[in-house]
Design a protein around this ligand. Structure first.
Ligand SMILES: NC(=O)C1=CN([C@@H]2O[C@H](COP(=O)(O)OP(=O)(O)OC[C@H]3O[C@@H](n4cnc5c(N)ncnc54)[C@H](OP(=O)(O)O)[C@@H]3O)[C@@H](O)[C@H]2O)C=CC1
Ligand SMILES: CC(C)(CO)C(=O)C(=O)O
Length: 326
């Protein structure tokens, strides 16, 4: 399968390495020319935390190029799937320039981002695109420009966006299913546990709840995920954030599981040693995804006429950490 991957960070390199290893034709689109050069000179490697053998891909087994060359290349020679693995801020503020030349095209695009808001933005930007979201519990950590560690094996759920659009014409629906199943096949052959979801929105909201409680607190306290469970004080703040988020879900009619709180605790335990993605961003002085995680809860609350002071405050606190001084 011919696949374009935009964003050669942790998740992008992991997907690229394993998909190329499984025989797919991958074009990897990077921000920097330096990374493209390193990738074509040294190739890329995926290592594992257990004793699984490292995957080594040489530079001539795939294309790596700067993202500005993506639109012209795609229009000349389209791929079967465009996989987007940049962070939310880049997707909203930088990628539209490189994706908008595809506005009149029918394309298949799949997004791996945590948080909410990007799918709606893409729907408006690319009205003829067939959009899919993936909710994944895989964990990837980029070590250098060409090396990534598969830090935790999880599951990836793929679903069409928006979910209601599944009502469109039978022929299109059949074509969509074939396309989705072929991506799932490629991911499975590459060693991922990849499944089709007819309710990917429910899965997105489930992950949002986890990220909205764990990510900002670990980033503020600079602790690994498991560190949230070690004191009653930390747990109390988690509970308060959780309760506010659940009241938003209830006001907006969003389905949540009865055991959602236990699920958050279970994620803290199973990822106890992990640095959350938000803490990693704060430590590297990068923009975080808070606006699309807790910020999306604030927006949903506002639309329902509710106040969510804790989520609003925590957004400001985190955004203030990476703000540039005037
Ligand atoms: N890592 C993980 O395990 C998981 C990540 N996710 C989600 O996946 C998304 C990606 O996460 P992750 O891979 O960790 O993030 P990273 O920060 O590791 O990777 C993002 C990549 O995007 C690149 N980028 C920045 N600007 C551009 C641009 N204009 N064009 C092309 N590429 C660009 C960055 O390049 P550069 O480094 O040169 O700036 C970087 O390589 C996030 O939304 C995250 O929430 C979800 C589940 C698990
Ligand atoms: C589930 C969790 C909290 C794992 O670290 C995560 O998704 C993240 O760090 O963004």
């Amino acid at each position: 399968m011919k696949i374009d991957i935009i964003g050669a960070g942790s998740l992008g390199l992991l997907l690229a390495g394993k998909l190329i290893h499984a025989g797919n034709e991958v074009r990897l689109w990077c921000r920097s020319v330096e990374q493209c050069r390193e990738l074509s000179n040294s190739g890329l490697s995926v290592s594992f935390e257990d004793d699984q053998a490292e995957i080594e891909i040489s530079g001539d087994q795939f294309v790596s190029a700067p993202v500005r060359e993506f639109p012209a290349t795609y229009l000349r020679e389209p791929s079967e799937w465009i996989v987007i693995t940049v962070k939310q801020d880049i997707l909203h503020h930088v990628l539209p320039e490189f994706l908008s030349p595809l506005r009149q095209q029918q394309t298949y695009i799949v997004c791996f981002q945590n948080g909410l808001g990007h799918m709606e933005m893409l729907q408006e930007l690319l009205p003829y695109a067939d959009l899919y979201a993936v909710v994944t519990t895989e964990a990837a950590k980029r070590k250098t420009l060409t090396k990534v560690i598969h830090a935790g094996k999880g599951e990836s759920w793929l679903g069409k966006w928006p979910v209601e659009k599944q009502m469109v014409g039978e022929h299109h629906k059949e074509q969509d299913e074939i396309q989705a199943i072929s991506l799932l096949g490629a991911l499975s052959l590459a060693g991922f546990t990849a499944l089709l979801s007819k309710e990917v929105d429910t899965m997105i909201y489930r992950k949002l709840l986890i990220n909205a409680v764990i990510n900002p607190l670990t980033a503020i306290w600079r602790i690994p995920n498991g560190g949230l469970l070690v004191s009653e004080q930390r747990m109390q703040l988690m509970r308060e954030l959780y309760a506010e988020a659940i009241s938003v879900y209830e006001a907006c009619g969003i389905v949540h599981e009865d055991n959602a709180w236990d699920n958050i605790l279970a994620v803290c335990q199973s990822t106890a040693g992990n640095t959350s993605s938000m803490l990693a961003d704060v430590l590297a002085s990068r923009a975080t995804e808070i606006r699309w995680i807790n910020g999306s809860l604030v927006e949903m609350a506002e639309r329902s006429g509710m106040a969510v002071p804790l989520h609003r405050w925590i957004c400001q606190l985190i955004e203030g950490m990476s703000a540039e001084e005037r």
